[in-house]
Design a binder for this molecule. Sequence first.
Ligand SMILES: Cc1cc2nc3c(=O)[nH]c(=O)nc-3n(C[C@H](O)[C@H](O)[C@H](O)COP(=O)(O)O)c2cc1C
Length: 192
Amino acid sequence: MKLKGLKVGLAVTGSFCTFDKIETSVKVLTELGADVYPIFSTNVQFTESRFGDTGEYMDKIAAMTGHDPILRVEDAEPIGPKSYLDILLIAPCTGNTLAKLANGITDSPVLMAAKAHLRNSKPLVISISTNDAMGINFKNVGELFNVKNIYFVPFGQDDAVKKPTSLIAHTELIPETLELALEGKQIQPVLK
Ligand SMILES: Cc1cc2nc3c(=O)[nH]c(=O)nc-3n(C[C@H](O)[C@H](O)[C@H](O)COP(=O)(O)O)c2cc1C
């Protein structure tokens, strides 16, 4: 299944060092004809990051997609009843959002979007980026692997020596991961 004409939710969480990669992914997805709906976590909106101006980043992503970003829980909630997304991508997905998702917590626009979207039995794809993925969050990664309609962008260790518990997704595989998830399949190999 190709992405042309499909509505793809892009839920961005606070892995600020990964923002450039996600901008590239948005460019690729829109070039492939996907209609991308940006969603930003509350922490993204209110964190002053040393990786650049977050407000400018959100404006840039919104302009690239042609949609106003979803910034509040109450604006993410209609994703459930209106069921307008074909697929939802959390990219980058922090350890914080991963842990909350695995435990049914819904206190950010991204988590509300995930809950609302999953209620419609549609695919949710996680593009992980966190230093504790193989540490305190390992159990949550495992938990989410076992949840119906949740898929992972293939990931690997980004610095096994200095950050032995860190995992980062291979974001260049996002389009392929989405296409297979839309067919109900986890792209393989997931460990790279
Ligand atoms: C500069 C900076 C970079 C960060 N990078 C990451 C990261 O790569 N992965 C991660 O899981 N958390 C990272 N964090 C921490 C998250 O932003 C923090 O846990 C936040 O509460 C996440 O909220 P969210 O998941 O709702 O976006 C970073 C924080 C800062 C200030």
